[in-house]
Design a protein around this ligand. Structure first.
Ligand code: FES
Ligand SMILES: [Fe+2]
Length: 382
């Protein structure tokens, strides 16, 4: 038996009374948001470090002492499973003279030791061992620890706020009940990671998120047949807090979808989880696209393929074939970014023009802008 997601009692996101799109309308966007180094520094501080971001699968650190080293936007963190099953995590930065403490993910850790001068840390990031301790005097070492992270688990994923606890509120609130309910119906926590593919691309991280927040490019870039595109014209788009959602009827299901209104069972459901993740779910499998900013013009783009756990050969064969096809489609998006990179600094690229069907991009950038200006990215009027 393969788990089959259904809408159940969740609100309808398609059909009578559900608007095709929120009243955001067409808009323009300054090109500098993708290429200004000063802007990137502000994003690091005020957006990326102050948001809940997806780090790794929970089962990558299943047992006590398992630890995961994650690096992105100039930060390095280490996250560990405690004896009681909860998570501990801290910035992977030696408080002595600023070396990375742990190089690689691993298992069985109780202490982490910096190889430079052998300072050691417990799993909470507290400095425990200092060779020749009296030479430092007392004051500088008392209570010293590597700054901690806010951590949570949801959907079989580990999530973190790098700026620490109390900055971004709860993960539950960050995702919001609409997204958590709808995406929750796919039960990512019951899926297994079939494959993770990575590319390092020469574009700003937001280019990657934008690319997975609209369907408009499917006909041209992915050469999707016009019948599919016609059905996809009936997609619904909505925003919930900082996040966005799109329900795209896939070819051949439109009539059935209109009857049952069960988008979780029948449509492609696309969730833009501010700031760096887009989840793409169908009843068969789920892809998680994650942009990890590396520099203003460099991004590690990750695609994670999740499949339901079963020994149903027919399902497994089909879903594998579907994922192979998906990978080739994603490779087309990645390839297109070479053309975006080629003119990112051109004097002739001054702004982007966004249609009302690209409004999840508009909304995303407005949230970014608000957080950079000191807001929380909520309460924006479409
Ligand atoms: S820099 Fe880590 S022990 Fe000196
Ligand atoms: Fe695409």
């Amino acid at each position: 038996m393969v788990f089959h997601p259904t809408r159940g009692d969740l609100p309808a996101r398609f059909g009578p009374g559900v608007p095709a799109a929120p009243p955001i309308g067409p808009a323009t966007l300054d090109a500098d948001v993708y290429r200004d180094p000063a802007r990137y520094e502000l994003e690091r501080e005020r957006v990326l470090n102050r948001s809940w971001q997806l780090i790794c699968r929970s089962d990558q650190i299943a047992d006590p002492g398992d630890h995961h080293v994650w690096e992105g936007h100039g930060e390095s963190v280490v996250i560990t499973r405690r004896e009681d099953g909860t998570l501990a995590g801290f910035h992977n930065v030696c408080q002595h003279r600023g070396a990375r403490i742990v190089r690689e993910s691993g298992t069985g850790a109780r202490r982490f030791t910096c190889r430079w001068h052998n300072w050691s840390y417990d799993v909470e990031g507290n400095v425990r061992g200092v060779p020749d301790r009296p030479d430092f005097g007392k004051d500088l070492l008392t209570g010293l620890c590597a700054p901690g992270l806010d951590l949570a688990e949801w959907g079989g994923w580990v999530w973190a706020v790098l700026a620490g606890p109390g900055v971004a509120g709860s993960l539950e609130d960050w995702l919001g009940k609409e997204i958590a309910g709808d995406l929750g119906a796919f039960r990512m926590q019951d899926m297994r990671l079939a494959e993770k593919v990575e590319w390092v691309v020469d574009v700003n991280w937001k280019v990657c998120v934008d690319a997975f927040s609209e369907y408009y490019h499917a006909q041209a870039l992915h050469e999707v047949p016009s019948t599919d595109v016609k059905d996809a014209r009936h997609s619904t788009i909505d925003v919930f807090g900082r996040n966005g959602m799109m329900v795209v009827p896939v070819m051949g299901v439109l009539e059935e979808l209109r009857e049952t209104l069960d988008h979780n069972a029948l449509a492609t459901c696309n969730y833009v989880l501010f700031p760096t993740t887009v989840v793409n779910s169908t009843h068969l499998h789920t892809q998680v696209f994650r942009a990890v900013p590396l520099a203003v013009d460099k991004t590690r783009f990750e695609a994670w393929e999740l499949q339901y756990v079963t020994d149903d050969e027919e399902y497994l064969d089909y879903v594998e074939m579907s994922w192979e096809l998906y990978k080739s489609i994603v490779a087309q998006d990645v390839e297109e970014w070479t053309d975006v990179a080629a003119v990112a600094r051109s004097s002739a690229y001054r702004r982007s023009i966004l249609s009302e069907r690209e409004c999840l991009i508009t909304h995303f950038h407005r949230v970014c802008e608000d957080m950079i200006s000191g807001g929380d990215g909520l309460g924006l009027r479409p």
